[in-house]
Ligand binder design. Structure first.
Ligand SMILES: NC(=O)c1ccc[n+]([C@@H]2O[C@H](COP(=O)([O-])OP(=O)(O)OC[C@H]3O[C@@H](n4cnc5c(N)ncnc54)[C@H](OP(=O)(O)O)[C@@H]3O)[C@@H](O)[C@H]2O)c1
Length: 253
C-alpha cells in the first residue's frame, strides 16, 4: 500500500472507466477509488469484478455537483491524505444537432462532460499537490475535432482538450501532468444508457462501423484504451503534459 499510487476514476462502473479499473488491478500497484451516480452500475461493476471488488472503493456521487465533489475530497483526505492520479472518464452523450437538441440536453452534457472536470480537479487540487508525480488523465474523444453525432458532446470534448492544455501549462510547476486520451468508438454502455440505441441496435451499429477502421474493429475499453491511460498515470510518462492522445484504431487518418 505504501508505494502504491492512489487513483480516482470517475465513471469507474462502466465502459472505459471500468476497463481501466480492471487493467490497473492487473498491474497491481494502484489503490483505486471510483465515483459514479447510480446503485445499479455500482452493483454491476462489483459483480463483474467478483472477489477483486473489495480492492476498489466505490463512492456514490455526481461529479457535476459541488457538494458531491467536496464529499469525494473528504473521503480521500480521510483515507489517503493524497491523490496521485485522477482519471476523468464520466460523461454522457445524447445524439442530435442544433435542430434536435434541447437547451437542457446541451446544459447537461456541458455540465457533466466539461464543467465537472474543472470542478472536481479544482476541488481535489490540494490532494493532487500532495501526490507523487501526479497525473490527471481526461477522457476526451476523437469527436473533439470532428463534427458529428451530438453537437453538445462535440463542443464539450473540444473544451476538454483545451482544459487539458491549459491545466497542463498551469500545473506543471507542481509537477502535475495533465493529458487527454481521445478514443474513437469503443464498445461500452453509453448509447444504450442514453436511450439512443437498444442493445441489439448498438451491437449492429458496432459491427457496421468496423470496416471504417483501418485496424478493422471498434475499440475495447480494457484492451485498447486502458493501457494508454495507465501509461499516462504511470512514471513512464514523466515528461508528457498537455498532450492529446488519439487512440482510435486509425479512424481519423
Ligand atoms: N464509448 C465510446 O465510443 C467513447 C468514444 C470516445 C470517448 N468516450 C469517452 O469515454 C468516457 C467514458 O465513456 P463510456 O463510453 O465508457 O461511458 P459509459 O459506459 O456510459 O460510462 C459512463 C460512466 O460515467 C458515470 N457517470 C455519468 N455521469 C456521471 C456523473 N455526473 N457523475 C459521476 N459519474 C457519472 C456512469 O455511471 P452512472 O450513470 O451510474 O453515474 C458510468 O459509470 C467518456 O468521457 C466518453 O465521452 C467514449
Amino acid at each position: 500500500m505504501k508505494n502504491k499510487k492512489v487513483i480516482l476514476i470517475t465513471g469507474g462502473t462502466s465502459g472505459i472507466g471500468f476497463g481501466t479499473i480492471e487493467y490497473l488491478l492487473e498491474q497491481g500497484n494502484y489503490e483505486i477509488i471510483s465515483v459514479s451516480r447510480g446503485d445499479k452500475n455500482i452493483s454491476l461493476a462489483k459483480g463483474k469484478l467478483g472477489e477483486k471488488a473489495n480492492q476498489v472503493i466505490f463512492l456514490q456521487g455526481d461529479v457535476s455537483k459541488e457538494e458531491d465533489c467536496k464529499k469525494i475530497y473528504n473521503e480521500i483526505e480521510r483515507k489517503y491524505e493524497k491523490l496521485d492520479g485522477l482519471v476523468n472518464s464520466a460523461a454522457i452523450i445524447k445524439l442530435g444537432g442544433i435542430e434536435e437538441q434541447t437547451l437542457e440536453e446541451w446544459n447537461n452534457a456541458l455540465n457533466i462532460n466539461l464543467t465537472a472536470i474543472f470542478l472536481l480537479s479544482k476541488t481535489l487540487l490540494p490532494l493532487l499537490k500532495k501526490g507523487t508525480n501526479t497525473s490527471i488523465v481526461n477522457i476526451s474523444s476523437m469527436s473533439s475535432n470532428r463534427a458529428g453525432g451530438s453537437i453538445a458532446y462535440c463542443a464539450s470534448k473540444a473544451g476538454v482538450d483545451m482544459l487539458t492544455k491549459y491545466m497542463g501549462q498551469e500545473l506543471g510547476k507542481y509537477n502535475i501532468r495533465v493529458n487527454s486520451v481521445n478514443p474513437a468508438a469503443v464498445y461500452t454502455n453509453t448509447y444504450v444508457a442514453s436511450g439512443d440505441y437498444t442493445q441489439e441496435g448498438y451491437d449492429k451499429w458496432s459491427e457496421e462501423k468496423a470496416p471504417l477502421y483501418p485496424l478493422g474493429r471498434i475499440g475495447d475499453a480494457k484492451k485498447d484504451v486502458a493501457p494508454t491511460i495507465e501509461f499516462l498515470l504511470s512514471d513512464k510518462s514523466l515528461w508528457t503534459t498537455g498532450a492529446v492522445y488519439l487512440v482510435d484504431g486509425g479512424k481519423s487518418i
